[in-house]
Unconditional design. Structure first.
Length: 281
């Protein structure tokens, strides 16, 4: 049986080579060398190495950039205000949980819309899995149990690392957001009811990953992730020391979500766009 399979593969490969190679029994990669090691003289029809290197020059199969992305937070909860937080948390000082001005400053269009959330510098997307098992047979003797798929695994958490700045987006927006969500929960809210809308902590997150396009042209999106009904559930510890070097501080935030989608950029017809710009592409 293995010999028949290899013969079939070899025949298929020969089928796309030229008639001369068919006569000498060569293959696609090496016309004079069959899969069984029959060494016959001949010139390779296609070089695997050259084909691989050529693929790297094509946009759709080239290596992407990993550092180029933006994070878009669709909206911030209407109830994320000083008044709401002070109704939920005990406040001693008159400035306690006074978050209105820091929220407006860090969530304006300049800081959230132009290039996405400017505080975001790293993200981690959880895996997606399904549980595989074997269909056991009582007293199966020598029979092999068949494979079955059972439950799809629960989504993990989406992790987003946020940069610390003088007006802390993490502590004046994300931290109160976690507190608000813990009080109001994830129950469905009527968006037409003002009182109910103030209790809704959910938002949507969009991750757009960019890569190079062509010399002199702007980068273009290659992949888009959309996460729905997201709520931050935790933020990392604050560790400071007089002995540490001054530098950028990043704090990790954890988000739960209901569902997600992934989209390609093929609707942009990237290859055609580049060909229009450069006919020799």
């Amino acid at each position: 049986m293995p010999t028949k399979i290899l013969n079939s593969v070899n025949n298929v490969i020969r089928g796309v080579s030229n008639p001369v190679n068919d006569i000498v029994g060569g293959t696609l990669a090496q016309p004079g060398l069959s899969l069984f090691g029959t060494n016959l003289p001949g010139t390779p029809l296609i070089s695997f190495r050259d084909s691989f290197l050529n693929s790297l020059s094509q946009w759709s199969t080239s290596i992407p950039l990993n550092t180029q992305f933006i994070v878009l937070i669709d909206n911030f909860p209407a109830g994320l205000t000083t008044q709401v937080l002070r109704n939920l948390e005990p406040v001693v000082n008159s400035t306690g949980f006074d978050i209105n001005l820091p929220k407006v400053t860090t969530t304006n269009f300049k800081n959230q819309g132009m290039v996405g959330c400017i505080f975001a510098n790293q993200f981690s997307i959880p895996d997606d899995s399904v549980i595989a098992d074997k269909a056991t047979i009582p007293n199966n003797r020598g029979f092999i149990a068949g494979s079955v798929l059972k439950n799809r695994g629960n989504f993990g958490n989406f992790n987003l690392s946020l940069r610390e700045t003088n007006t802390s987006f993490v502590d004046f927006v994300i931290r109160p957001w976690v507190i608000m969500a813990s009080h109001y929960g994830l129950v469905a809210r009527n968006p037409e009811d003002e009182a109910e809308r103030l209790k809704d902590p959910k938002t949507n997150l969009t991750i757009v990953q960019y890569t190079r396009s062509k010399e002199g042209l702007s980068q273009i999106p290659r992949k888009t992730w959309r996460f729905y009904n997201c709520v931050p559930t935790s933020i990392s510890n604050r560790d400071y020391s007089n002995s540490e070097d001054e530098g950028v501080k990043n704090f990790n935030t954890t988000w739960t979500f209901d569902k997600y989608e992934i989209s390609s950029n093929l609707y942009l017809s990237v290859n055609e766009m580049l060909k229009n710009i450069n006919p020799f592409y």
